[in-house]
Ligand binder design. Sequence first.
Ligand SMILES: NC(=O)c1ccc[n+]([C@@H]2O[C@H](COP(=O)([O-])OP(=O)(O)OC[C@H]3O[C@@H](n4cnc5c(N)ncnc54)[C@H](O)[C@@H]3O)[C@@H](O)[C@H]2O)c1
Length: 257
Amino acid sequence: MNSQTGTTPRVAVVTGTSSGIGAAVVKHFCEQGHQVLAVDFNTAGKEVADAAGAAFYQADLTDPEACRGAIADAVKRYGSVDILVNNAGIQHVASIENFPEEKWRQIIDLMLTAPFLLTQAAWPLMREKGWGRVINIASIHAQVASPGKSAYVSAKHGMIGLTKTAALEGGEQGITANAICPAYVKTPLVDNQIADQAKLHGMDEQEVVEKIMLKDAAVKRLIEPSEVAQMVAYLASDAAGAVTGSSWNIDLGWTAH
Ligand SMILES: NC(=O)c1ccc[n+]([C@@H]2O[C@H](COP(=O)([O-])OP(=O)(O)OC[C@H]3O[C@@H](n4cnc5c(N)ncnc54)[C@H](O)[C@@H]3O)[C@@H](O)[C@H]2O)c1
């Protein structure tokens, strides 16, 4: 146990770390004293990792070999993987009728198949230690749908199924698996959507946030990436050993309707 942070140091692999939620998780984990491998296809992830004190592995996670390579790299550097945070994600908005098949496959590969392959590769390491944490960054779109987001919604709903299955298989092996379901978080992924919606509806960006994104929210603001990182840190902690198979909403009260 690190006496300053009150946290047992672990080895963590975090995906999608060049910005947004993943970058916040890398920073938070490093501050807690964990050894962190940050994985991203964007080399900007290296600067984020360097600044936080993490290692960086460049990988396009739509490639199965890159998923296995990321876990192998963590083992080479640190000898194990205790915590896996599946966070990398993209968005594409189009009606089902017009949704490009290539985009559909890319989203499913990155946001459902990669988390499966990463979990599969990390599993024996966690099982041998009798301790492991799989944390999947899903979305409120793992529980409800929105038009135009068929691939994203399908991948995120699938991620909940993967989380529950991993929880049942890991229960007797000391491995927990949980999902976090945020509503709109202030990250580049959402900034792009705000800009797109502003053009589409002829509104300014502030209006898009207030009238579209926060319409059904009880708390009328966007979520900070650091707020999600703190929930990740709890689920990764020893204190969360009895929490598994669950979906944690951080959704401004959106689904309370
Ligand atoms: N921002 C939100 O409002 C919000 C809400 C709910 C869920 N989420 C989820 O949180 C996760 C992180 O999103 P964010 O908002 O921080 O977005 P972001 O765009 O800031 O970060 C996504 C990261 O994934 C990386 N990435 C994209 N394609 C990749 C690939 N092929 N291989 C490796 N890395 C790749 C990007 O480089 C980036 O670092 C996503 O899974 C997203 O679906 C976000």
